[in-house]
Design a protein. Structure first.
Length: 132
């Protein structure tokens, strides 16, 4: 006779909001705000050098400029864990990347990146160049 030792009733598997889901939420918000400007954001899975990790990137895509892609932020983390994770971006005050230890920490880092003045300048340039 088999005995069920999993006991998911008393120790359920917690629901997590993954880093990819957070990036997708931000892409959707961007798309609602920037659709009329001819830009859209997209999250894609990418392949980190370490096969034991997952990677995702949020890009801004400009269809009018031959689908030019501006990498806004990337994240990578071990497959069986969401945190800690590595955040990389050319925007914000993270020239060598940053480590996020939790969802709250990731949200803080993303907030700094997505409101960075140099990102706003890049977006303005993409909009202007796509209207030529």
């Amino acid at each position: 006779m088999s005995v069920d030792l999993w006991d998911f009733e008393s120790t359920p598997i917690p629901e997590l909001r993954t880093p990819a889901a957070i990036l997708k939420e931000q892409a959707e918000i961007f798309n609602q705000k920037m659709q009329a400007k001819g830009l859209f954001a997209e999250v894609q899975q990418r392949s980190p050098k370490d096969a034991a990790k997952l990677g995702f990137a949020l890009d801004v895509v400009v269809p009018a400029l031959a689908d030019y892609r501006l990498r806004v932020v990337g994240v990578s983390f071990p497959i069986a864990e969401s945190y800690p994770l590595r955040v990389t971006s050319d925007f914000g005050d993270f020239p060598f990347g940053a480590d996020a230890e939790s969802e709250d920490h990731l949200m803080h880092i993303l907030g700094e990146i997505l409101t960075d003045a140099s990102l706003r300048t890049a977006l303005a340039s993409l909009i202007a160049n796509s209207n030529l």
